[in-house]
Design a protein around this ligand. Structure first.
Ligand code: PGA
Length: 236
């Protein structure tokens, strides 16, 4: 595990984008695992800038996103598909058919989850997985729990997550209470993992995850077992 401590959000975003850019340059047809939330926005902005400056070509890149709210259509402004389209996909030369975000409106989410995991395997697995971290130590929507759930699955969001995400909605009642998320095994199978944490509010989650015991009550702690984990944090 490599922990890079930085002192600003700008530095965090620049360093994260540099690592992702290096992955794309080294393997132009790589598979990126992508995340939503406020933290990656600066990373995506830096990647878009690199693309505009002619430093990056996304034409052969494939992407898989971590999660999606259940029952939000792709055109809903708070859906993660919409977020990705606005913040990255529409800004670079990624081919839309190579971008994957779980379908929150799938008729049978359990069967759909298995198909999503299979699609990742069919593409040779994720080369680099970008992750944020929740204040409660969640990764993707793998909430604190009494066991690690390996595969892509539907989750009930914790009150703390609904509370943290209500800032994006008009009211707390509008925040979906369920989501579909990549599971822990799907995340751990990525060849490289890059986790970004920004703000003092994440300090406790970072400490528990990377300096405490590995346990499902702190989902990100499982990453201590990953052979190629980089954490970039601005939490002091
Ligand atoms: P944030 O969310 O980037 O909006 O803080 C991270 C997460 O909940 O995984």
């Amino acid at each position: 595990m490599k922990i890079i401590r930085v002192s600003s959000y700008e530095e965090l975003s620049r360093k994260a984008a540099e690592l992702i850019a290096a992955q794309i340059i080294l393997k132009p047809d790589c598979v990126l695992g992508l995340a939503t939330g406020s933290t990656p926005i600066g990373t995506y902005r830096n990647l878009v800038q690199k693309y505009r400056q002619g430093e990056l070509d996304f034409s052969e890149v494939t992407t898989f996103n971590l999660d999606e709210y259940l029952d939000l259509t792709p055109d809903h402004p708070q859906s993660y598909r919409y977020f990705m389209n606005s913040n990255l996909f529409s800004q670079v030369n990624l081919r839309s058919e190579r971008t994957h975000v779980p379908d929150g409106c799938a008729q049978d989410p359990a069967a759909y989850g298995a198909e999503y995991d299979q699609a990742i395997r069919d593409h040779g697995g994720i080369d680099l997985q970008l992750l944020g971290i929740g204040n409660n130590g969640h990764i993707a929507f793998n909430e604190p729990c009494d066991r690690f759930v390996p595969e892509t699955h539907v989750v009930e969001l914790k009150e703390s997550t609904i509370e943290a995400n209500k800032r994006f909605f008009n009211s707390v009642e509008e925040v979906p209470t369920k989501a579909i998320t990549l599971g822990i095994a799907s995340i751990m199978q990525a060849k490289k993992v890059l986790l970004i944490a920004d703000g003092k509010g994440k300090k406790d989650a970072v400490e528990k995850s990377f300096f405490g015991p590995v346990c499902p009550e702190v989902p990100a702690s499982v990453l201590q077992l990953h052979p190629d984990l980089t954490v970039i944090c601005n939490v002091d």
